[in-house]
Design a protein. Structure first.
Length: 309
C-alpha cells in the first residue's frame, strides 16, 4: 500500500509540473498585453513610459526562460505571485473563493447522486417497462442539454415566471437550488443508466440466481448484495464528477452570478491576469489529480486486487 500511494504522489507531482509548463507557454502565446490591460482597468493613460514601468514591475521584461524558472519555483513553493488587477496574492484570492465553489460542487453532487440512485435502481427493477423507457429518455435529454440552456430555463420558470427561487447570488439554501440542479442534472441522468447496466449485469450472476431460488425479493437483492458489487464504478464516477464540478463549474457560476472560482477566472482571462490564470489551472489540476488518487486508494481498500495494477 505504501508503494501504491508513493506512485500516485509521484504522478501528482509530474502532472502538476506538466500542466504548469503548458499553462505558462500557452499564456505567453495568447494575444493581448497585460500591462496595457492593467493600465486600462485602472483608468491610467497607456503611455510608453507607463507601459515600460508596468512591464518592469510585472517581470515581463525578463526573457521567457527566466520567467519560466521563476514560475516553476513559485509553483512548488506556494508563492503563486500577485494578481495584476487586485494586487493581492493569488493563493489568497483563490482560497477566498473556494468555499463558494465547494458549496456549489457539493450541491451538484447531491443532485447527481439522488438522480443516479433513484433512476438507476428503479429502471433496473423495471428493466422492460415504462419506467425504463422514461429513464432512457431522461438520460438522452440530460446528456443533450447544454448546462447554460438548462440554467436559463430554470431561471425563467422558477424565478421569472413563478418567482419560487432566487436566480442570482449566494447566501441561503434557496440560492443553491437552481445552480445545483443545473450542475448535477445531466450527470445524474447519464450515470443512472450506467448504474442500471451494472446492476443488471450483477443480477445475472450465479449467486443472485441462488438467492432468488431461496425466495429473496428483487428489491432486497438490488439494495443489498447487488448494489454492494456495483459500488466500485459508483465510487469512481462520484469522485470524477466531484472533481469536474470543482474545476468545471465556470458556466454555471457565470449564469447564476455565483461568487466562486469559475466566475472569477472568467474575469481574469478577460483581463489577461496571468498569475490568476496560472494559479487557477495549477490549483484545479492539483485538486483533480488528488481526488483521483484518493479514489484509487479507496477502491484499493474495497477491492485489494486493484493494488496489483
Amino acid at each position: 500500500m505504501i508503494r501504491f500511494i508513493a506512485e500516485r504522489v509521484v504522478q501528482l507531482i509530474l502532472v502538476v509540473f506538466l500542466m504548469s509548463t503548458f499553462t505558462f507557454l500557452l499564456l505567453r502565446l495568447a494575444p493581448g498585453d497585460p500591462a496595457r490591460l492593467m493600465l486600462t482597468a485602472h483608468n491610467v493613460p497607456a503611455s510608453q513610459e507607463a507601459l515600460d514601468s508596468v512591464r518592469e514591475e510585472l517581470g515581463l521584461t525578463n526573457t521567457l526562460p527566466v520567467q519560466y524558472v521563476h514560475w516553476i519555483k513559485d509553483v512548488f513553493t506556494g508563492q503563486w505571485g500577485v494578481s495584476y488587477m487586485s494586487k493581492q496574492p493569488v493563493l489568497e484570492e483563490i482560497v477566498r473563493r473556494i468555499p463558494a465553489t465547494f458549496e456549489l460542487a457539493l450541491g451538484g453532487l447531491g443532485i447527481m447522486l439522488f438522480m443516479t440512485f433513484l433512476f438507476g435502481i428503479s429502471t433496473a427493477l423495471r428493466s422492460q417497462g415504462i419506467v425504463n423507457r422514461f429513464g432512457k429518455g431522461l438520460a438522452l435529454v440530460g446528456s443533450s442539454l447544454p448546462s447554460f440552456w438548462l440554467g436559463f430555463l430554470l431561471i425563467y420558470i422558477c424565478s421569472v415566471k413563478y418567482q419560487l427561487l432566487p436566480s442570482m447570488g449566494r447566501g441561503s439554501l434557496e440560492n443553491l437550488v437552481l445552480p445545483a440542479i443545473t450542475l448535477g442534472f445531466g450527470l445524474g441522468t447519464v450515470y443512472a443508466r450506467v448504474l442500471r447496466e451494472h446492476l443488471l449485469d450483477v443480477l445475472h450472476k450465479p449467486f443472485v440466481k441462488a438467492a432468488r431460488a431461496r425466495g429473496q425479493s428483487e428489491f432486497s437483492l438490488l439494495t443489498g448484495e447487488v448494489l454492494k458489487h456495483a459500488i466500485l464504478p459508483m465510487i469512481t464516477m462520484t469522485g470524477t464528477s466531484f472533481a469536474f464540478m470543482l474545476g468545471g463549474s465556470i458556466i454555471v457560476e457565470t449564469v447564476f452570478s455565483w461568487p466562486g472560482l469559475g466566475r472569477y477566472i472568467i474575469d481574469a482571462i478577460n483581463m489577461r491576469d496571468y498569475p490568476i490564470i496560472q494559479g487557477y489551472v495549477i490549483f484545479t489540476t492539483f485538486l483533480f489529480v488528488l481526488i483521483h488518487i484518493l479514489i484509487d486508494i479507496l477502491c484499493s481498500f474495497v477491492d485489494p486486487r486493484l493494488r496489483a495494477n
